[in-house]
Design a binder for this molecule. Structure first.
Ligand SMILES: NC(=O)c1ccc[n+]([C@@H]2O[C@H](COP(=O)([O-])OP(=O)(O)OC[C@H]3O[C@@H](n4cnc5c(N)ncnc54)[C@H](O)[C@@H]3O)[C@@H](O)[C@H]2O)c1
Length: 255
């Protein structure tokens, strides 16, 4: 098992990509702490995995709140004696509009706070614990929308995910000397839950085909296909990689 003895914190893991990451890391032997803002959803997700026999734990917190993030990382370190892996996964467009004229200041703030500030706060809070041991792996979840102009998302999301990409590279330079690696994945469109399913089903056949034609592999990806790349970045298989942005998008955007 590739993550035996490792402790991993995965933000926003009550469902979607984060849930799949939690499951795969638990399969690889990690002790996983699943975080989410949605306490009920988090509890359900944790119960589901515990019933399957996996070592998972929950910590509900808003990752855009510094005090809550600080308390969460302290709790994990005090409980398990180490934190080896942080996946900054919580984020998305968070039901905000994508047309420029419809984006209110509070929409902008929410998207930037959860995606970008949350990534910063969690990384800042975990680094001292990783430094105290032999290092660690931080994996940020960007998006194809931060790699290239995508019509699927609005400017706030594009700015936040573009920011995560720059943040990843800059932080990788700063903390590599402590054995802490910082990488990111940039997923393409993934049906990660009911909301994404609705988005996809609300497109007509022509729109769906035009998306699929842009993807050399001619299909959408699965949450498991994102999780396996994150698990690779968390493991020693990627030991000499830092500052990398991996496009997990079926070839739709080639960086
Ligand atoms: N699904 C896609 O097509 C796709 C594509 C590119 C990138 N991504 C990125 O992947 C990540 C996961 O996306 P998903 O599709 O699984 O989304 P999702 O909505 O299923 O999961 C996101 C989770 O984050 C949680 N969350 C929201 N605000 C939070 C906060 N302040 N604190 C803690 N948790 C919070 C939500 O409750 C939710 O459970 C996001 O960062 C998203 O931008 C997704």
């Amino acid at each position: 098992m590739k993550l035996e003895g490792k402790v991993a914190c995965i933000t926003g893991s009550a469902g979607g990509l984060g849930y799949a990451m939690a499951k795969q890391m638990a399969i690889e032997g990690a002790i996983v702490v699943m975080n989410d803002l949605d306490e009920t959803g988090l509890q359900k997700a944790v119960d589901l995995l515990k019933n399957e026999g996996f070592k998972v734990n929950e910590y509900a917190a808003n990752i855009a709140n510094k005090d809550q993030v600080t308390a969460m990382m302290k709790f994990i370190y005090d409980s398990f004696g180490r934190i080896d892996i942080l996946v900054n996964n919580a984020g998305g467009s968070l039901h905000t509009p994508k047309k420029l004229e419809e984006i209110m200041e509070e929409h902008w703030d929410l998207v930037l706070d959860v995606n970008l500030k949350g990534t910063f706060l969690c990384s800042q809070a975990v680094v001292p614990y990783m430094k105290a041991k032999t290092g660690g792996s931080i994996i940020n979840v960007a998006s194809i929308g931060g790699r290239t102009a995508s019509i699927v998302t609005g400017v706030a999301y594009a700015a936040a995910k573009g920011g995560i990409i720059s943040f990843t590279r800059r932080l990788a330079k700063e903390i590599g000397r402590y054995g802490i690696r910082v990488n990111a994945i940039a997923p393409g469109l993934v049906i990660s839950g009911e909301r994404m399913q609705d988005t996809w089903e609300n497109m007509n056949e022509i729109e769906q085909n035009s998306v699929l034609e842009e993807i050399p592999l001619r299909r959408l990806g699965s949450i498991e296909e994102q999780a396996s790349v994150v698990t690779f970045l968390a493991s020693n298989d990627s030991h000499y990689m830092t500052g990398a942005i991996l496009d997990v998008n079926g070839g739709r955007f080639m960086g």
